[in-house]
Design a protein around this ligand. Structure first.
Ligand code: SF4
Length: 353
């Protein structure tokens, strides 16, 4: 087995019997990390509690992901804890974000329409749907203890991950993130799974995916998106996601639209709505291009009053977008826009005070 990366702080916590929680997704890296970590803990005599923890994101996940986590827990002989967001899975989160974007637009609480999808720079799908929920559960279970939170992150996966450290203490000081297989290669990961007589998620060898995560991930490459769309179990989700692209006018990966990947899965009505959505996107982008950076809010607040000319531009833009999307927007003329900016500036000042 390749080397398990560690640091003295992690070794001390293990020696003291701190709880170890291993995050699992059903994918190969977390599978190998769980197998290797538990073997390491046994070898060095860790006596504290251990568990696997999985955040269930709902219908965006492959049908095999949860069963893979169950099988892994059975093989290792430790409990699997499954957590989920009370308000629904990731698809529901993307849909509700579009709904809130519409309401914020109508009330001029945002100057431009906000995309519904998470992006590589704004991964609320990971932070809200996985990290926060898992951390809250571990704090609840292990009150007053320092928990070691294990992930299967590897440096080979991306340029950003190449910069990752072996272990990091979280800001609240009550948890350490530990990445024991950080230097493993992909071959070493598969070899570890094979060595235990287990199988990796069928999506790798059966569906031809290079990564197993959400069926359609904001960071998937084109080949993985096409491979996912070819799987019958992903078709209902595919249509729902294309529906959201059509309604919102935002492509799932910005310039890459899911609706272009497998249009044969869409009926005539869905195809028409998708074509309309892409046209709406062009009109939206053209309309919002007239908004100068200084007119935008920063962290949700205006930074200054608009000039009359700017307020007129914003009124025209808002009228065009409101008609395009069938919104019921307020603040469609110069006076009401000035009023809204002054109201928000005063509110921001009041809160700051
Ligand atoms: S797998 Fe992709 S889409 Fe799913 S939560 Fe992670 S980053 Fe977001």
């Amino acid at each position: 087995m390749p080397v398990i990366a560690s640091v003295p702080a992690i070794d001390e916590l293990i020696a003291a019997g701190s709880p170890v929680a291993i995050g699992v997704s059903g994918g190969k890296d977390s599978q190998a990390a769980a197998l290797a970590t538990v073997a390491h803990l046994d070898r060095i005599g860790h006596a504290g509690p251990r568990l696997l923890i999985h955040s269930d994101l709902g219908i965006v996940e492959w049908s095999d992901s949860h069963p893979m986590c169950d099988k892994l827990a059975d093989h290792i002989g430790i409990d699997l804890v499954v957590v989920r967001r009370k308000a629904g899975g990731l698809m529901e989160r993307w849909e509700s974000r579009w709904e809130s974007s519409r309401v914020r637009y109508e009330t001029l609480s945002t100057v431009t329409l906000v995309p519904c999808w998470s992006t590589p720079d704004m991964r609320f799908c990971t932070s809200e749907m996985k990290t926060h929920i898992i951390v809250a559960e571990l704090h609840r279970r292990f009150k007053g203890q320092t928990v070691i939170n294990v992930t299967g992150i590897r440096r080979q996966e991306s340029r950003k991950r190449a910069m990752a450290t072996v272990a990091t203490r979280q800001k609240d000081g009550r948890m350490w993130d530990w990445r024991p297989i950080i230097d493993w290669t992909v071959d070493e990961v598969f070899a570890e799974i094979d060595r235990h007589g287990l199988h990796p998620h069928p999506a790798y060898r059966g569906f031809g995916m290079s990564r197993v995560s959400c069926r359609f991930c904001i960071m998937s490459n084109l080949a993985d998106i096409a491979a996912a769309a070819a799987q019958p179990e992903a078709h209902d989700l595919y249509r729902r996601m294309v529906g959201l692209e059509s309604t919102s006018s935002f492509g799932f990966q910005g310039a890459r639209w899911l609706g272009d990947i497998a249009p044969h899965l869409l009926d005539a009505g869905a195809l028409q709505r998708f074509a309309d959505g892409k046209i709406k996107a062009l009109h939206r982008i053209a309309a919002e291009a007239r908004i100068a950076p200084g007119m935008l809010y920063v962290k949700g607040w205006p930074t200054r009053m608009l000039t009359d000319a700017e307020a007129d531009i914003l009124a025209e833009t808002r009228s065009r977008i409101t008609n395009l999307f069938g919104f019921s927007s307020a603040c469609l003329d110069r006076a009401s826009i000035h009023h809204r900016y002054s109201e928000l500036l005063a509110e921001h000042e009041r809160r700051a005070a």
